[in-house]
Ligand binder design. Structure first.
Ligand code: NG1
Ligand code: ZN
Length: 546
């Protein structure tokens, strides 16, 4: 034991912590400028090893800062079934990250004691990274952390975030979920996609074509790798493939969603279906421009609607009565919630921002379709639903319609990465649904009309002064802020607005929607001013958008 700790100290000296630096394990792990993350990476290697010993399972560590700029980086831990690490361990991550060098062993021993970890237990850690220039050396620091505590590593190198989650789940289910290799991932998803697409009659080459903005990130590389598994069933024109553009710079899902405009570097032809991944390929949004050149965005809410409608229709055809819900956050467009509840008659749940919250609520249902408006989401299906579907397929009594629906449901399950939102998997599912339903992107867009909306950021001295409740839809502090928001919202029709501290950036986020874009923009600006004045704004006062 003491020899093990001597190793940790020896290696830790090579990854010193800048004295006084304090970082939090936020919505998606640690995320900040790559220059100050080396010690964090080493320590997350240590923590993943402890987590593996504790759970007696393989743990994942992903080095990425997703949609953040190239200069940033980040790290998050993946629990045994491919889900985000539990909140108690997020707390340990923060403790370990912030211990000064001399206190590191004490912090480590404290976790070992609290969790009663058997240090002679074997540990296995899977490590992956995105394409950032800092990721190679930072993931090396993770690997060193793991081996200095005697853990065994598998370095997957360049993978998308969802691919790493998938590998961890495959490993811990001993192959039941699939083979824990990137090749196995492509095979499982693409075979299911090809089986689905066979149900699309008369699909023209035009309909098989998709323009994809890879955000100059890992998603682009991985789509290239996957293409040969797709045959001619999906023809992807890849833009922003990382060959010369900068990661996430004026491109990618976050840029397109927040700016509500097409990425640079992608040639957008009227009526043509386009999509964008984010920097680690766990988000996707779709869009097109109409004949008048107007840009139309199909975000996570539209995706959730398309997928849940498709699944609901199949369940009806299969005669299966299961309990299904769509899980959203406060950022979901009000029109989507109304359409899902009133027209589709599905249960809609609202949770706090951050996929781990959505994932947990979705797990409470037989089928949970969860999506953040920004395009991060997936579908979770319970074992009992999978069994019922299998029974229908096997039963000699099922009629042809039931069997067809059951087979479609089964292939839908296989194309989905249930461990976490996955841009590649979501893209394949969406493409299959559109083809099977013979639906154009315009028809999909017309299912409901989004309320115009606007997202803004406000810089404040300390964003923790904002405390929220009701799935972040209302502010409890600072005093007077919620009253101010309520009064502003009243001035506009069909309006809604809320503010919350970001978990990944040092800003307060403001969201507003209303009947017109002008009103949404004006409301977002007025609410930003209220935040600036009541929550300790710094720098210049927010300026109107127009
Ligand atoms: P923060 O920075 O906490 O708003 C953002 C996204 C989340 C989630 C995380 C993790 C918005 C408004 N927020 O979180 O939904 O995706 O990043 O990547 O899109
Ligand atoms: Zn991401």
């Amino acid at each position: 034991m003491s020899a093990q700790f001597a190793e940790v100290t020896k290696h830790s000296n090579l990854h010193p912590k800048p004295p006084g630096l304090v970082l939090q394990y936020g919505t998606a792990g640690f995320r900040t400028n790559a220059k100050v993350l080396d010690h964090i990476m080493f320590r997350m290697g240590l923590l993943a090893t402890l987590r593996s010993k504790k759970t007696k399972a393989t743990i994942g560590v992903m080095v990425t800062a997703s949609h953040n700029p190239e200069e940033d980086n980040g790290v998050k831990l993946v629990d045994p079934m491919g889900e985000m690490v539990t909140p108690t361990w997020e707390g340990y991550a923060t403790q370990l990250a912030n211990a000064e060098d001399d206190d590191l062993l004490m912090a480590l021993k404290d976790i070992i004691a609290k969790e009663e970890i058997n240090m002679s237990q074997e540990a296995h850690v899977f490590v992956g990274r995105d394409t950032r220039s800092s990721s190679a050396s930072l993931s090396q620091a993770v690997l060193e952390g793991v081996s200095s505590l005697g853990g065994l590593n598998k370095d997957y190198g360049l993978v998308t975030t969802p691919q790493l989650h998938y590998m961890v789940c495959c490993q811990n289910t001993r192959g039941k979920y699939g083979e824990a290799t990137v090749e196995g991932y492509y095979k499982k998803l693409c075979q299911a996609f090809i089986k689905l697409i066979k149900n699309a009659s008369n699909c023209t080459d035009d309909q098989k074509h998709l323009s994809l903005d890879g955000a100059n990130g890992i998603g682009a590389l991985k789509v290239r790798e996957m293409e040969s598994h797709l045959g001619k069933e999906l023809q992807i024109s890849l833009y922003n493939d990382g060959s010369n553009g900068k990661l996430n710079y004026q491109c990618g899902a976050d840029f397109v969603k927040v700016q509500q405009k097409p990425p640079t570097g992608l040639e957008i032809k009227p009526g043509e279906r386009c999509c964008s991944f984010d920097g680690d390929a766990d988000r996707i949004v779709y869009y097109y421009s109409d004949s008048e050149g107007k840009f139309h965005l199909l975000d996570g809410d539209k995706i959730a609607t398309l997928i849940s409608t498709f699944i609901k229709e199949l369940l009806t055809q299969a005669g299966l009565n299961v309990n299904m819900a769509v899980v959203q956050t406060a950022y979901a467009n009000g029109s989507s919630t109304r359409y899902l509840e009133e027209t589709m008659k599905v249960t809609v749940k609202c949770t706090k921002t951050g996929v781990k919250h959505l994932h947990h609520v979705a797990q409470e249902f037989d089928i949970g379709v969860y999506f953040e408006a920004n395009g991060h989401g997936t579908v979770l299906l319970s074992k009992s639903v999978e069994d019922k579907i299998q029974q229908l397929i096997d039963s000699p009594n099922s009629d042809d319609e039931k069997k067809r629906a059951a087979l479609l449901l089964q292939n839908t399950i296989n194309v989905v990465n249930q461990t976490v939102g996955d841009a590649i998997s979501d893209m394949l599912l969406i493409e299959a649904i559109l083809a099977i339903k013979g639906m154009t992107v315009q028809q999909w867009d017309a299912i409901y009309t989004d309320l115009p909306n606007r997202q803004l950021k406000v810089k404040v001295a300390d964003r923790r002064v904002i405390d929220t409740t009701d799935a972040e839809r209302r502010a409890l502090s600072p005093a007077g802020l919620q009253d101010a928001i309520d009064a502003l919202v009243k001035k506009y029709s069909l309006a809604r607005s809320f503010v919350r501290p970001s978990g990944t950036e040092d800003v307060v986020r403001v969201y507003a929607e209303a009947d017109t874009q002008e009103s949404a923009d004006a409301l977002a600006h007025e609410v930003s001013l209220a935040v600036y004045r009541l929550a300790g704004g710094v720098g210049d006062e927010p300026k109107p958008l127009h």
